[in-house]
Design a protein around this ligand. Structure first.
Ligand SMILES: Nc1ncnc2c1ncn2[C@@H]1O[C@H](COP(=O)(O)OP(=O)(O)OP(=O)(O)O)[C@@H](O)[C@H]1O
Ligand SMILES: [Mg+2]
Length: 226
């Protein structure tokens, strides 16, 4: 496994509200992740796992601290540069797949590529390859409503990967699946991390999934510990 760091977050602080509603959620968290590495974050509900993933994924700014993607401090560059990094280097998988019902599975997977300006043909070709990689070849013309929860989540994994992100942020990716489908999606993430040298940061309540990661962090009372 290569050891090039792809994402580092240093001394991250994040709070919500102010005055009587002030909540200090993340207090001085640091994480560094290398290519092909799978890192898990566990912690009680409300401990800030999603908040931290959003900060690491450049969806939300930290109050304090720096987030760097491939050594670029993402909050010190222009919004358009930041959007480019977010779209080009980072992928997201959520607990609920968020596939669009009016599009086929193939079109759903291809969507980020089309939105990034690639031709429809190019996007659909890469989507078809990815669907094959996640074990869904032959399901491309089906709609999400005609697919099982596990199949939809595997399509969501494929969609997160279509622009070949360096880092995938997965927020409870198996939280909505039964144990067989969870195992399937887990295996898929580990396989892709190894094959494509992509890094995964996975927030989860599953001790089994957390334990399979190369490194496991715990978030509790605002503090991230390895
Ligand atoms: N936009 C917001 N405004 C105010 N408070 C928020 C906001 N988003 C989250 N919070 C609060 O921040 C805390 C951390 O929330 P977060 O969703 O990050 O926790 P979590 O660890 O992901 O929980 P879960 O395991 O239930 O998904 C919670 O107390 C939540 O109520
Ligand atoms: Mg959460």
């Amino acid at each position: 496994m290569s050891k090039n760091p792809v994402l580092s977050a240093v001394d991250i602080w994040k709070s919500y509200g102010n005055g009587a509603t002030f909540l200090s959620i993340i207090r001085g968290a640091c994480i560094e992740i290398s290519e092909g590495e799978v890192v898990s974050i566990v912690g009680p509900s409300g401990s800030g796992k999603s908040t931290f993933l959003h900060v690491c994924g450049v969806l939300d700014p930290p109050d304090r601290g720096t987030v760097s993607v491939r050594s670029m401090d993402v909050w010190s560059v222009s919004e358009s540069r930041r959007a480019k990094i977010r779209n080009g280097e980072l992928g997201f998988i959520f607990q609920f797949h968020h596939l669009l019902d009016e599009f086929t599975m193939l079109e759903n997977v291809a969507m980020p590529s089309m939105l990034a300006g690639n031709s429809r043909k190019e996007a659909l070709d890469s989507a078809a390859m990815l669907l094959k990689e996640v074990g869904l070849s032959g399901r491309g013309q089906h709609f999400p409503s005609e697919s099982s929860g596990g199949e939809r989540q595997r399509a969501a994994v494929a969609r997160a990967l279509i622009l070949s992100p360096s880092v995938v942020l997965a927020d409870e990716p198996t939280g909505n699946l039964d144990s067989a489908n969870s195992r399937n999606v887990e295996d898929l993430m580990f396989k892709l991390a190894e094959r494509r040298n992509q890094a995964f940061i996975i927030a989860t309540h599953s001790i089994e999934l957390a334990g399979r990661a190369h490194r496991c962090f715990t978030l509790d009372d605002g503090i991230l510990r390895s």
